[in-house]
Write a protein that binds this ligand. Structure first.
Ligand code: C2O
Length: 342
């Protein structure tokens, strides 16, 4: 049977997955007695998600305002910035029991729910921001790190006075440092080779290593599966490398380099908007090959989120397959890696 929504009232202290120690923070969300089965609302106006490096001043002024308002919400409002960060912690750091197999914990990474779950996470985060600035067309900016023009931390996130700033980042990786999609603290990449290497990595993850659905999505994960059955190509590769590249150069890697704290960096959501965009692009590249698992174990899995009205809702994987039906599109930019067949 598919993974189903956790019982929020059974949320417990999680585990710091970098150190394997119990977390010293509580990341459980507020509970609610009413859960609504979420229906995608009709799309009247499309939200537009721009590339961060192309978005411009006016857009960022709006975005910064929205984030500042989110940070200013009461701490116990599930739409508050820290509560939103904790959503990631709760679903990743082994705080929930698996419904149907309470001996096991729930972890939505390193498995076939990686893309759908994060799509929902960003979806509500974006709708909350849009509501706070009263803009139903507001879309998150994506960090276009698969394109040489976007291979640097977006400037707007680095300005100290900005609500997008975060002090817990690797100070060696501030602009103009070039993002390294093969980043590992142990084996630095030759700086002259980073850009071509990044493009080759993107080609491998998106084209070469994606012939089977599991290769791209990650391994099957159902009720009774132990956490971490195995990640897909992008999750394992560029996605994880970028978390480590942004986070502090310490073993626990806060904020971006650790699951429990990663959502505390506003850059996380732009990082993941790019991952989400890559999912859409990959589907386009598949042409007539299958794009989704037909299994109801995948399609009917469900998760809980608070929506932009602070209502607890139950959402399903099946509703994530088409971002346009979810009401947002991505700015069209070049895909230079498509030509980088190794
Ligand atoms: Cu939920 Cu990039 O991790």
């Amino acid at each position: 049977t598919p993974i189903t929504s956790p019982d929020l009232s059974k949320c417990a202290t999680g585990t710091n997955l970098n150190t394997q120690q119990p977390l010293d923070v509580n990341c459980c969300p507020p509970t609610s007695t009413q859960i609504i089965d979420y229906k995608l609302p009709p799309v009247n106006k499309m939200r537009f998600r721009p590339a961060a490096h192309l978005a411009g001043k006016e857009y960022f002024a709006k975005f910064e305002k929205a984030i500042a308002l989110m940070k200013a919400l009461p701490p116990d409002d599930p739409r508050n910035f820290m509560q939103q960060a904790n959503v990631h912690c709760a679903y990743c750091n082994l705080t929930y029991q698996q419904t149907g197999d309470p001996k096991l914990k729930l972890q939505i990474h390193n498995c076939w729910h990686f893309y759908p779950w994060h799509r929902w996470y960003l979806y509500f985060y974006e709708r909350i921001l849009g509501k706070l600035i009263d803009d139903p067309t507001f879309g998150l900016p994506f960090w276009n790190w698969d394109n040489p023009d976007g291979m640097v931390m977006p400037q707007e996130f680095v300005r100290k006075e900005s609500p997008l700033f975060n002090g817990r980042r690797n100070q060696q990786h501030l602009p103009p440092a070039v993002t390294d999609l093969a980043y590992s603290a142990q084996s630095p990449t030759n700086p002259k080779k980073i850009i071509p290497n990044n493009l080759t990595i993107m080609y491998s993850e998106m084209v070469r290593n994606g012939s089977k659905l599991e290769d791209f999505y990650g391994a099957k994960y159902v009720t009774g599966t132990k956490p971490d059955p195995g990640p897909g190509s992008v999750e394992r590769g560029s996605h994880t490398a970028m978390h480590g590249w942004v986070g502090e150069a310490t073993p626990s890697g806060e904020d971006m380099g650790n699951f429990y704290s990663t959502g505390r960096d506003p850059l996380f959501y732009s990082h993941h908007a790019n991952v989400d965009r890559l999912w859409t692009i990959w589907r386009g590249l598949r042409e007539s090959k299958p794009k989704d698992f037909p299994d109801s174990d995948w399609l009917n899995a469900d998760f809980l989120f608070y929506d932009e009205n602070a209502q607890l809702v139950r959402v399903k994987v099946v509703d994530t397959l088409d971002n346009e039906k979810m009401g947002y599109i991505y700015q069209d930019v070049d895909l230079p890696w498509l030509k980088n067949r190794p």
